[in-house]
Design a protein around this ligand. Structure first.
Ligand code: ADP
Ligand code: MG
Length: 270
């Protein structure tokens, strides 16, 4: 399909197509510090949204509200159209109304953290098999087969019997991505997946992420990798002091920064 037709098709996507993730007017305070001041975001199937912003702008809190590691004070989060139901606790704070709903929805959202978060007392292979067997109750033999295939895919099959502390950071992060994929998530959330890596190891992780983008995975990626944001993502969203400062098509955003804040932000990376 020619690029212009693909773009037109994407633009014409009917508004009633269910978004993979839809966030409306998300607000979150810690004490009297308002960290998210009404964030809205929609990710459709196959979207790769890079979320940029200075340290403290609310990027992690936003991702954590989406998968309910934090409870938003107000606002809506929908995953595949399903609204995560909230109720007011006795202290007046919002909390999930149905923890089983949260667990079910969360199983569709894989999160990859800056700090890898693999289980260090398990081999890499066991790291990949644990959740699909225990949470999804899938047969172990099937999970092992899938785990080996995923480790081949991210290029660390030879390390399958290693314990995470005996691997490089880049290998650990690729294992963490493979572990996320083992749950067949509908959406992948990445929180600065390359920020803890030595510079020479960043490329091997970005290559895996690029291949996921190319196969049409839906991804929200908090990153400081401007090359990834510009060249791989379908949309860039810039958070500034808890608000969406600007959002747009990546090449356009970088060529013509729509706000002084975004212009200043990317200037710091040149
Ligand atoms: P980012 O990921 O963009 O660097 P965060 O979402 O981590 O930003 O944090 C935004 C602001 O919220 C920061 O000022 C941070 O100190 C504050 N914050 C984050 N988590 C908590 C928490 N659990 N308790 C209190 N303050 C927090
Ligand atoms: Mg953060």
């Amino acid at each position: 399909m020619p690029a212009n037709v693909a773009a037109a098709t994407k633009a014409a996507r009917s508004s009633d197509e269910t978004a993979a993730i839809s966030v409306k007017d998300l607000r979150k305070c810690f004490g009297d510090h308002e960290v998210l001041k009404g964030i809205s975001l929609e990710a459709h199937k196959g979207d790769v949204i890079s979320i940029l912003g200075s340290s403290g702008s609310g990027k992690s809190t936003m991702l954590r509200c989406i998968n309910l590691l934090e409870t938003p004070d107000s606002g809506e989060v929908r995953v595949d159209g399903e609204l995560i139901r909230m109720k007011r606790g006795r202290d007046g704070h919002q909390m999930p109304a149905d923890i089983r709903q949260v667990e079910r929805i969360r199983a569709n959202l894989a999160m990859v953290f800056q700090s890898f978060n693999l289980w260090s007392h398990m081999t890499v292979l066991e790291n990949l098999v644990a959740a699909p067997t225990h949470v999804l109750k899938r047969p172990r033999a099937e999970c092992l087969e899938q785990a080996e295939a995923l480790l081949k895919r991210v290029g660390i099959w030879e390390r399958r019997n290693y314990y995470p502390p005996h691997m490089s950071g880049g290998q650990q992060q690729r294992a963490a991505i493979a572990r996320a994929l083992a749950m067949n998530p509908k959406v992948m959330l990445f929180d600065e997946p390359t920020s803890a890596l030595d510079p020479e190891l960043v490329g091997e992780v970005l290559r895996v992420m690029r291949s996921l983008a190319e196969e049409g995975r839906t991804m929200l990626v908090v990153t400081h990798e401007m090359g990834f944001a510009r060249d791989v993502s379908s949309k860039v969203m810039f958070l500034h002091k808890g608000e969406v400062d600007s959002v747009g098509e990546p090449k356009e955003m970088f060529a013509r920064p729509p706000t002084p804040q975004f212009k200043q932000f990317i200037a710091n990376f040149n």
